[in-house]
Design a protein around this ligand. Structure first.
Ligand code: GLC
Ligand code: CA
Length: 553
């Protein structure tokens, strides 16, 4: 059993990928029409953010039917066609498993609401109130109380994300069996596995205690719901029941998860998950409450960035854990805007970051549009679509007393809408995304930033293709040991990746200024460079955002 560590995974957020029928919404047939591009890029697995039926209060992460395709995206026949055509392109599909919660429109929840004695009541987490208020002081991930009142029974139900996403009760044996059956349904069709949404919060504490009861107001429950001991029992059972028999690909998303937990989830002998994402890089410069916590002013240094990567790389290799590396996704700003320079050095920094992601130990994830160096789009308030952005905007003003103009800037920098503007395919109308009116504004920079332009020699997509090919040709980039080089350098991140057959050295200038790196005295041949091939030198000068991979002798 070799597993899927060597895969290159590409994430699609279907609503914004490609629209085939002119209704302004990306769809499955749109994805089918771009399989050549994905094959060309060298992708092995396509992770589809949720394509199931959903009322879209959280754009698909609120599922109302796990067995149905969202009509905006097409039909089950379209899905089956996508599955077989992807396979013909050498690409497997990965589904998003959103099993911490369902939509309040799901038939289970509707039955639970209608009849207290229905078996589905216990599929969710209903509790009596306390002193005429919610059962405890928990705040949801998106702000506001994590409890909603069921007026009919007077009880409250738990919603740790939007008020329309009802947390499932994993203690219930029938619920777990239903989830496993549903997973088998998709696996039997031929999907390769799952990305597991907030999988580290499926276990809840039995007594639902207040968080920091001495404090006033709502408190985010954090460690009270993340990575509890019992999550591991659930995952071991899932592994036995579903994952192992199908030899599934699995990657877990764990809110606020730490290195020790990730190691536990992903150590092969523990028989839980293949890999997990980490959040420390995404949260650089954020306060302890997460990405909209502006109290550290989003200030971070290259040294912070390097330390974060280094700590994860070393922890995983020392203790047998495995991470899925990413620099952006549908929940984060665009990587070039967040970690690079989206103006003067857009193209260079997109390549530099791509090279980093594709040469670290772990399994690389590329988010749609990254391969063309897409940037944040400064959307006006009336253009925001995301619940998180809209809700947080008012909380920043009412609870944190931020002036409107500053609150707006915080949201504009960090909103998930940044990652969700339509993919820019070419310089034609609406960037070639739709013949109709796009559901969310197309970034006005599409005349310059688009796949057609970036596929030419020297473009970002042209470079990504080479970096992906390099990774596939050198096993050492997946499995080899990682060791930092010139770690004190404040501009350049450098490291070696080594195994019995070869040693590669990667050096990347992460700043908009020229920089020098101190590398080992050795002979080196350049395998790939963002600015073309480079001569190896122990004292290497790099242009702004220049990066290169050398094979050492
Ligand atoms: C995960 C998803 C995010 C979603 C949330 C609730 O963090 O990535 O998009 O809003 O879970 O399902
Ligand atoms: Ca469409």
């Amino acid at each position: 059993m070799t597993g899927h560590k060597k895969s290159i995974v590409y994430q699609i957020w279907p609503r914004s990928f490609c629209d085939s029928n002119g209704d302004g919404i990306g769809d499955l047939n749109g994805i089918r029409s771009k399989l050549d591009h994905l094959q060309n890029l060298g992708v092995d697995l396509l992770w589809l953010s949720p394509v199931y039926a959903s009322p879209d209060t959280d754009y698909g992460y609120d599922i109302s039917d796990y067995y149905a395709i969202h009509p905006d995206f097409g039909t089950m026949a379209d899905f089956d066609a996508l599955l077989s055509e992807a396979e013909a392109h050498g690409i497997g599909l990965v589904m998003d498993l959103v099993a911490n919660h369902t939509s309040d429109q799901h038939a289970w929840f509707q039955a639970a609401l209608q009849d207290k004695s229905s078996k589905y009541r216990d599929y969710y987490i209903f509790r009596p109130g306390k002193d005429g208020k919610a059962p405890n002081n928990w705040m949801s991930f998106f702000g506001g109380s994590a409890w909603q009142k069921d007026e009919k029974s007077g009880e409250y139900y738990l919603t740790t994300f939007t008020p329309h996403q009802c947390d499932l009760n994993w203690e219930n044996d029938d619920l777990r069996k239903d989830v496993y059956d549903m997973m088998r349904f998709w696996l039997d069709k031929g999907v390769k596995g799952f990305r597991m949404d907030v999988i580290n919060t499926i276990k809840k504490p039995a007594d639902f205690p207040d968080k920091d009861p001495e404090k006033k107001g709502l408190q985010f429950p954090g460690e009270l719901i993340c990575d509890l001991e019992g999550v591991h029992d659930f995952l071991k059972e899932m592994h036995r029941e579903v994952l192992e028999p199908y030899a599934c690909f699995t990657v877990g998303e764990g809110a606020m998860t730490g290195q020790a937990s990730v190691i536990r989830y992903t150590k092969p002998e523990n028989k839980e998950l293949e890999m997990m994402f980490q959040f420390d890089l995404a949260l650089l410069g954020c306060g302890e409450l997460g990405k909209f916590d502006f109290r550290k002013f989003y200030r971070w240094s290259i040294s912070d960035f390097k330390r974060t990567i280094d700590a994860w790389q070393r922890a995983m290799q020392e203790d047998g854990g495995w991470v899925g590396n990413y620099l952006s996704n549908h929940d984060q700003p665009r990587q070039v805007s967040r970690f690079g320079d989206d103006k003067r050095f857009r193209r260079e920094s997109a390549k530099a970051l791509g090279l980093l992601n594709l040469t670290l130990r772990g399994t690389p994830f590329i988010y749609q549009g990254e391969e063309i160096g897409m940037t944040n789009c400064r959307l006006g308030e009336s253009e925001w679509k995301d619940y998180e952005a809209i809700n947080t905007y008012s909380l920043l003003q009412s609870m944190m007393h931020l002036p409107k103009i500053i609150a707006r800037r915080v949201i504009q920098n960090m909103t998930r809408d940044n990652a969700r503007t339509p993919v820019q395919w070419n310089a034609e109308k609406n960037a070639g995304f739709t013949a109709g009116t796009p559901w969310l504004k197309v970034n006005p920079n599409y005349m310059e930033v688009n796949l057609a332009a970036e596929s030419r020699p020297g473009g970002v997509a042209d470079f990504y293709k080479k970096a992906v090919a390099l990774r596939k040709a050198h096993d050492v980039l997946t499995y080899g040991t990682y060791a930092p080089v010139d770690f004190e350098n404040k501009r350049v991140v450098a490291y070696t990746r080594a195994d019995e057959t070869e040693t590669l050295l990667i050096a990347i200038n992460l700043t908009g200024k020229a920089a020098a790196a101190r590398l080992p005295e050795a002979e080196g041949t350049c395998l790939l460079g963002t600015h073309g091939a480079r001569e190896y030198a122990a004292s290497l000068r790099l242009a702004p955002f220049e990066g290169a991979v050398f094979k050492l002798r």
